[in-house]
Design a protein around this ligand. Structure first.
Ligand SMILES: *Cc1c(COP(=O)(O)O)cnc(C)c1O
Length: 538
């Protein structure tokens, strides 16, 4: 294959729009924009199923020394990357929170890359900065519902932030706890504050052994990362046994009191509005009261579930969220925005000032540079995608999508309940549920003695793993799996299928087909044969 010339002249050409519409690039564009749901045909995965096989295409460890033509590189991408990508747009890809996007994001992505604004500072992002602040204002209003006067005052104020836009829920959670930490251990009585002097000095000044953060056992792993990077330490992540899937306010109060009586300070209680594994929502109202009683920050991780606030019908399950000091919402989950769009919202517009940072050449005092209070530095204008989605769907459009997803999850739950060979493990609170295959004659398993139960459950676990893997490899549909403690089985952990119904194009028939396929696969496994020989003495 001919290589491009190594000359500045050639490289200048790479920076400018090609004169004749480059055919392979155009093909990629068409591939993506013509009919997104046809992208990668109807299959969830492509022919090369093993990761090892795909790795063979990515073995070279030296940077290519010679430049390549854009056109031949585009062909290379089609062959090696596009062809083997996962089709997250497929209506039968229902295993994760990453789903289909509305088509309008493709041209918008061009705008984003085309303008290449940097939101860290006004000098590189005029117009995008006010847009991002407005988006944060709208999302703040969705959560806290303050009056117009409040938003008029704060939305564009250089000295306040209604929130921080960032790349995702992980950074949003870290940002929230960073603000909580610096506020608690801020400058006072001659002490210069944790941000200047570090944790050791701050603990000494506050006369505490340690800070801690509390959540239910269903807390997202990003909380572990947060306490790690903030210097609090993973052992001070207090995960309280969930009852059965949410943080019990009584337990939270008890554990929090004990922790503080031992000379520690509880930095924050994290309530989860839509857990990643089962979709449950903590009792936020009660947890807000517990946080008040313990004198601690209340953060709500609504990374996935936050979009439920658009629905007048369902937002009630999150009542109490408006009492949170900070709230995480990921637009790239249920708001159908491409990845890279997370937010922390602050109830008190002054709070983010505890992490405010100034530098000489940018982020000058009194400037409206967003970078002064964000953890990340250079950032693209992803807020544009949220801005456009809020306009194109509107609150009522989002409400329809959320309501539909929850309805579909309820229909699926019913389908599973009515099926002889399936067992619903957690019912949907939002649009997420877990279930497994339990052959008809074993449906009364909860009534037999514990050792027998355990033995049979471990065989069903093997069955679930085999079915999930084979279904994924067959490439028609994708359901994820996890292990959760089942109340029904004395809180022993069992393996379950996990389904997130986010794609509006998923139909009930798709779900019927997925169950049929799972049962068909199951009946060909060794575990199924083992299970069919068992009789229960109830
Ligand atoms: C997805 C998720 C996160 C992490 O968000 P990322 O965007 O993946 O960084 C945190 N908490 C919850 C509850 C989530 O669902």
């Amino acid at each position: 294959m001919s290589k491009a010339e190594v000359s500045l002249e050639h490289l200048y050409k790479v920076f400018t729009k090609p004169e004749n519409n480059d055919s392979t690039l155009a093909k990629i564009e068409r591939h993506l924009s013509d009919n997104v749901s046809d992208f990668l045909s109807q299959h969830v995965v492509t022919k090369k199923t093993s990761l090892e096989e795909i790795e063979q295409d990515f073995m070279e460890h030296c940077v290519p020394s010679e430049p390549d033509f854009v056109s031949s590189h585009a062909q290379h991408l089609l062959d090696n990357l596009v062809a083997h990508s996962v089709n997250t747009y497929s209506p039968t890809f229902i295993g994760h929170m990453t789903s289909a996007l509305p088509y309008f994001h493709l041209p918008l992505a061009k705008l984003l890359v085309g303008l290449n604004q940097n939101l860290v500072k006004i000098e590189t992002s005029k117009a995008f900065t006010p847009l991002e602040r407005q988006v944060l204002g709208m999302m703040h209003n969705l959560v806290y519902q303050n009056d117009a006067k409040f938003y008029d005052k704060y939305i564009h104020s250089a000295r306040h932030s209604l929130g921080a836009f960032c790349s995702g829920g992980t950074i949003a959670n870290i940002t929230a706890l960073w603000v909580a930490r610096n506020k608690l251990l801020g400058p006072q009585d001659g002490f210069a504050g944790v941000s200047k002097l570090g944790l050791a000095a701050a603990y000494q000044h506050a006369n505490i052994k340690s800070l801690g953060v509390m959540s239910s056992k269903r807390g997202h792993y990003s909380l572990g990362k947060a306490v790690d990077v903030l210097g609090i330490g993973r052992n001070n992540m207090l995960t309280v046994a969930s009852e059965p899937h949410v943080l019990s306010p009584e337990a939270a109060l008890k554990v929090g009191k004990e922790y503080q009586e031992q000379g520690n300070k509880l930095l924050a209680i994290v309530g989860i509005a839509g857990t990643t594994e089962t979709g449950h929502v903590d009792p936020l109202d009660e947890l807000a009261d517990v946080a008040k009683e313990l004198g601690t920050w209340f953060h709500v991780d609504a990374a996935w579930g936050g979009a439920t606030l658009f629905s007048d019908k369902h937002r009630g399950v999150m009542s109490g969220i408006e009492q949170a000091d900070s709230v995480t919402i990921d637009a790239h989950k249920q708001m159908y925005v491409p990845m890279g769009a997370g937010m922390t919202l602050f109830k008190n517009p002054h709070d983010a000032n505890v992490v405010r940072h100034h530098a000489q050449y940018i982020l000058r005092e009194g400037s409206k540079d967003l970078g002064a209070t964000t953890l990340e530095g250079s950032r693209n204008g992803m807020a544009l995608m949220v801005y456009s989605s809020l306009h194109i769907f509107g609150k009522r459009g989002y409400q329809l999508l959320i309501d539909k997803a929850i309805d579909l999850a309820n229909s699926f739950a019913q389908m599973i309940n009515e099926h002889d060979d399936f067992e619903l493990v957690t019912s949907p609170v939002l649009s997420l549920l877990t279930y497994r295959i339990t052959p008809k004659h074993l449906q009364n398993l909860a009534q037999v003695d514990a050792p027998t139960q355990e033995k049979i459950n471990s065989t069903i676990d093997k069955l679930s793993v085999a079915v999930q893997k084979q279904q994924r490899e067959a490439g028609k549909s994708f359901v994820s799996r996890t292990r959760i403690e089942a109340q029904k089985y004395q809180d022993h952990a069992i393996t379950v299928f996990r389904v997130v119904l986010a794609n509006p194009l998923t139909t009930k028939q798709d779900l019927v087909n997925i169950l049929e396929e799972q049962l068909r696969i199951a009946k060909n496994t060794r575990s199924w044969k083992t299970l069919s020989k068992i009789t229960l003495n109830t």
